[in-house]
Design a protein. Structure first.
Lengths: 304, 227
């Protein structure tokens, strides 16, 4: 058993080296397949990252009237915080709001002068509420509105959730649609390249069909015939996997800064940090593809 | 040892008759030549013997075993009892002479020490010790056929089947191959040879079965080529 296994490994490796041209074409095609798979991994990560970033940008701002006391606002804050859907609440006092306003409009002399002429701080305090999931905002807003309506004198001026919501909803939808479309395109590409790889390996084995018939004639068992071809297929996968990982390095390095600026995720850093996972996926796909293609292709010639 | 019982083979919808009710026996250690024109049914007969093709009617027995009732899993071990030699040599192009011969032993699960000892002996028997590490593309036709013979006999089979082994060879190489086959037979292996070559049959002076149109028309103990 062990001797057979050793012989199968040796014959497969020798075949891999001696049929250099066939090995080269199989590795070339397989590398393209793995590059498509690797590219799709990175692109998916970019889109997922964009979706998460967009979702985290959604929040509800509750603006209070100028005469609302800080105690009343903080009491209200505790009420909101006690809701299980709420992830966090940030309080912005009237003075902080004014400071932020001044800061934002420091180049706008007219506005600053108008503010100074008013004398008093016209801005109210506000609470910024974030939820665990965007779908929970409806409930939070409903709670805030109902509490405000039940109170004798309302301290809430307005809630700006709806204006933000529609814009963010639309962006989220666009990104999800892009995500789905790219997934379909990537799946199609992966499927096509897998077919091409399968056919390349089938051609490689077609050239060896005479060899298979000779092996059968000298009384080699099917396992003994199939083994070296399967080993060869696995070697194509390993070689293509290593080549793909090497090729992805400069590509990711080159694209890193641009993706960082556009999507907020540096693909080069992603490649380095997630190297273990990318390595396993690419090697696994390469070896799996090589082994399965070889085993299926060779089985055609073993049916006698 | 081998029994052909009313073996017929038709191709298509029974339109092409390759073999027509063929019956004969071959005894152990016999040297049998099968002669006939192209299409006489010689190769079909040999293909059935190594279970590469099935008869439409009749049966072929190796001792008491019906060859075509052997399960697919047990077929390789049956084939190892028969060594085959072909007109086109059928060597593995990406293996050296040594590796080609060794492959037959590896397929037979023989251990490495045995292979290291038997392969050079088999190559010596066919006078190819000096070209052991040459690839088939570096050998002449006669040399390739001798590698094929070494491969066929290295597992010490009960029967050697040679299908037109001299078809692609010049007269000197033909003579050498025939002498080697004779030597193998003298050492106790049954040899079944098909040929077109009148000279080969006349040198041998062994049993000759003459076929025509899928039938046996003559079976002579010490025959000559009479077509």
């Amino acid at each position: 058993m062990l001797t057979s296994l050793k012989r199968i490994m040796r014959t497969g490796s020798v075949g891999f080296v001696r049929s250099a041209y066939v090995s080269f074409s199989a590795i070339y095609v397989m590398t393209i397949t793995l590059l498509v798979i690797g590219g799709s991994l990175v692109f998916n990560a970019l889109l997922d990252h964009t979706l998460v970033t967009l979702k985290s940008k959604v929040d509800v701002n509750i603006y209070f009237t100028v005469d609302a006391t800080e105690e009343a606002i903080l009491a209200f804050r505790r009420q909101v915080e006690s809701l299980s859907d709420v992830k966090g609440v940030t309080y912005l006092s009237r003075d902080e709001a004014l400071a932020q306003f001044r800061d934002r409009h420091q180049a706008d002399e007219l506005t600053i002068r108008a503010l100074e002429e008013l004398g008093d701080n016209p801005l109210g305090a506000s609470l910024s509420v974030t939820a665990h999931d965007p779908s929970q905002y409806e409930g939070i807003v409903q709670f805030v509105t109902e509490t405000s309506e039940q109170a004798e004198t309302t301290i809430i001026d307005r809630i700006n959730f709806n204006q933000n919501k529609s814009a963010i909803d639309r962006l989220t939808t666009i990104v999800s649609v892009i995500d789905k479309i790219t997934q379909i395109i990537v799946m199609t590409l992966v499927f096509v390249t897998i077919l091409i790889t399968f056919n390349t390996i089938r051609l490689a084995i077609y050239t060896a069909r005479e060899e298979v018939s000779v092996m059968r004639l000298v009384g080699a068992s099917n396992t003994f015939i199939r083994g070296p071809f399967v080993v060869q297929g696995a070697l194509y996968g390993i070689a293509a996997g290593i080549l793909t990982l090497i090729l992805l390095y400069p590509i990711a390095y080159y694209l890193g800064p641009s993706t960082d600026a556009f999507f907020g995720l540096n693909v080069f850093r992603y490649y380095l940090e997630d190297f273990g996972r990318i390595f396993l996926i690419l090697m696994g796909s390469g070896i799996g593809l090589g082994v399965i293609s070889s085993a299926v292709a060779i089985s055609r010639y073993l049916r006698i | 040892m081998l029994y052909f019982e009313n073996v017929s083979k038709y191709y298509g919808k029974n339109e092409t008759v390759a073999l027509d009710r063929v019956s004969f026996q071959i005894a152990p250690k016999e040297f049998v030549s099968i002669v006939g024109h192209s299409g006489a049914g010689k190769t079909t007969l040999l293909k059935m013997l190594i279970a590469e093709d099935k008869p439409t009617e009749g049966a072929i027995f190796y001792e008491s075993q019906d060859i075509h009732k052997i399960s697919r899993a047990k077929l390789p071990s049956f084939r190892r009892k028969i060594g085959t030699i072909f007109q086109d040599f059928k060597l593995l192009a990406n293996k050296t002479a040594f590796e080609n011969v060794a492959f037959a032993m590896e397929a037979n699960s023989r251990d490495d020490d045995e292979i290291a000892m038997s392969v050079p002996q088999a190559l010596e028997l066919v006078d190819l010790s000096d070209k052991m590490h040459h690839f088939p593309s570096e050998l002449s036709g006669g040399e390739k056929q001798r590698v094929a013979i070494a491969r066929a006999l290295v597992n010490q089979p009960d029967i050697i089947i040679a299908d037109e082994p001299t078809g692609n060879l010049d007269p000197i190489a033909t003579y050498e191959v025939v002498q080697i086959l004779k030597k193998i037979n003298d050492l106790g292996t049954t040899v079944i040879l098909t040929t077109h070559n009148k000279g080969v049959i006349d040198i041998l002076e062994k049993r000759v079965i003459t076929m025509d149109g899928g039938r046996i028309i003559r079976d002579d103990r010490h025959g000559k080529y009479l077509l």
